[in-house]
Design a protein around this ligand. Structure first.
Ligand code: 6PG
Length: 232
């Protein structure tokens, strides 16, 4: 289902505007999607511009690197133009420098004025067991950022910074797809989709002029009462 959505959105965007801009998600859930997409030569890979929703504060060859995961599962296997890969420089000594650099990258690529937000064709997102998405974790400063495009976000439980797109960038996207799979996501998915009062970070993602879609497997959906409009 996710691969079909990606393929359809790509061909529509390339047909109507000559390119497709996507921000990839990290974590483990999207790896199988990336591997599946890598088997699809009909996708116009040379017209796709790749960005990331967030990155760990690590070099691109580090096992925890979101860039590395996507590179190994997908980008190394398809004819993407190297100049169309815009990764977050997690290797920067200072995470804030990496965030500022990525803001500059987005401002230049999307030709943004200082108050504008980029409109990605698609942003892929995951769901953490604590309700975080991208690297917008509960009780972190990035949750209150409504002007910047990208910030370095200190995550106390990891004693580390993450570099993440902010809510206004997520909410400016044309299309958002949340991916959630496995039994360990059942409780949080119920909270996010069926408990409006939970005030979880992923509940703050509400595209202003776009659409969001939840693609979840049956195990992740096992905690839902059936009210939520989701695709399994
Ligand atoms: C990251 C992700 C993060 C991820 C969730 C879910 O860098 O880790 O961007 O938001 O999507 O933590 O991770 P899993 O897919 O591994 O459960």
């Amino acid at each position: 289902m996710a691969a079909a959505e990606f393929t359809a959105l790509t061909s529509e965007a390339v047909r109507s505007q000559g390119r497709f801009t996507v921000a990839l998600s990290g974590g483990s859930t999207p790896r199988s999607l990336y591997a599946l997409l890598a088997t699809k030569p009909s996708i116009p890979w040379d017209k796709i511009c790749f960005f990331w929703g967030d990155e760990r504060h690590v070099p691109p060859d580090h096992p925890d690197s979101n860039y590395r995961m996507a590179q190994e599962a997908l980008l190394a296997k398809v004819p993407v133009r190297p100049e169309n890969i815009f990764r977050i420089r997690g290797e920067e000594k200072d995470a804030e420098t990496a965030a500022r650099q990525y803001e500059d990258t987005l401002q230049q690529f999307f030709h943004l004025s200082p108050t504008q937000f980029p409109r990605f064709d698609l942003i892929l997102l995951g769901l953490g067991p604590d309700g975080h998405t991208a690297s917008l974790f509960p009780q972190t400063s990035a949750l209150n950022e409504w002007h910047r495009l990208v910030v370095a976000n200190w995550v106390e439980k990891f004693k580390a910074y993450r570099i993440t797109l902010t809510f206004p960038v997520l909410n400016a996207a044309e299309r958002l797809i949340f991916l959630a799979s496995g039994p360990d996501k059942a409780t949080i998915l119920h909270q996010v989709l069926e408990n409006g009062g939970a005030n979880l970070p992923s509940q703050q993602v509400r595209p202003s002029q776009g659409r969001s879609l939840w693609l979840v497997d049956r195990l992740a959906a096992s905690g839902l009462s059936g009210g939520a409009n989701i695709s399994t």
